[in-house]
Design a protein around this ligand. Sequence first.
Ligand SMILES: CC(C)(COP(=O)(O)OP(=O)(O)OC[C@H]1O[C@@H](n2cnc3c(N)ncnc32)[C@H](O)[C@@H]1OP(=O)(O)O)[C@@H](O)C(=O)NCCC(=O)NCCS
Length: 381
Amino acid sequence: MRYAHIVGWGRYLPERVVTNDELSHLVDTTDEWIHQRTGIRSRHIAAPHETTATLAFEAAARALAVADLHPSQVELIIVATSTPGHMFPSTACLVQDYLGAGRAGAFDLSAACSGFVYALQMASQSIATGAVRNAVVIGAETMSRVIDWSDRGTCVLFGDGAGAVVLKGSSVPGGVLSTTLRSDGSGGDLLSLPALYHNPVPIAGAEFAHNGHHKNIVDMDGRQVYRFATNVIASSIQDVLKMGEMALEDVALIIPHQANVRIIETAAKKLKLPLEKFYLNVERTGNTSAASIPIALCEAVEEGRLKPDDNVIFVGFGGGLTWGASLLKWDVTPPQVSFIDHEWKRVRYVMARGRSRLRRLQRRVEAAVARPPNGHKPDES
Ligand SMILES: CC(C)(COP(=O)(O)OP(=O)(O)OC[C@H]1O[C@@H](n2cnc3c(N)ncnc32)[C@H](O)[C@@H]1OP(=O)(O)O)[C@@H](O)C(=O)NCCC(=O)NCCS
């Protein structure tokens, strides 16, 4: 039996911080309203040159440095995201290229704000079956690019960022112990982000039917989502504990998806738990969707909130509707990664980009050489 242990973690938050006061110049809102209803004071917003893939890469590079794993040894990369730059190449493939992870399979996973919990389960099961020995699981979002900045009901809630973990297989019991994943598509309209389908199909019988959406922006029924979230946080935690044959008292820390402090407070009351049992950083990050749990995990570790042998629960919920929870045994003491060591390791990523460019050039040269002279079919020459 193989167990998937978290051996590395990293996060990246864009430099630019946008406060509630700043938003009050954009829409009719106040810091007081936002903070009282959500607990959010500020969020990070990606710079124009940053993409979901570059955010994901930064988080993954940091996680690999903590795990002391060379990118060439990585076997699987999963990026949970609702804001990919492309449907293909996937964000995970771009990250694979930036890392120079030449042996890794890579794919994106779409489960909205529950994406990280889903991706963690896919990766830990791949390790448990022996299909791969390790995996990098990333949650990364540029929510700022799919927000209607004139809608005060949604634009105050979200932020950008990325978090990553490195999972490694071991015969030592621990790591991811149990996971529950759930969905209910009948509530899909409560929280949605349409994809754009523009192109008319000039073929009789296959004419394009417009999907009715003219913008790809987040649409939300806040009250209904609020109700849904408070219910599923409590039920997922109870389900995952039952699967792992543990009790709430055995859990040191719960790291919930960071959507809203009030949602977490209500869930804590339902479970009769003090709020301190939940790690919260939404005040500084806003809702970073699939990135929020791994970002919060990194901060919890930095603040010494997790010690070896602690049991920890990740609980996610969001569009789809989707929800789920993972129960883990935390069994690592954070290694000291010096600044110099970290910067030195980044040289390998500069080299990876160089190799990637060379491969592109090589493909172009090969294609030019293979191209037959004008008007000649290959079999005529
Ligand atoms: C979004 C949310 C904070 C709104 O709070 P609410 O108490 O439900 O507020 P409502 O949407 O009912 O709106 C109440 C009033 O506040 C107004 N309002 C909405 N956003 C506002 C803002 N940013 N600033 C000031 N007023 C605002 C509304 O227009 C409404 O005004 P009206 O009564 O004059 O019509 C809350 O519903 C929520 O947190 N939902 C869950 C959202 C979430 O976490 N989504 C992601 C899950 S993964």
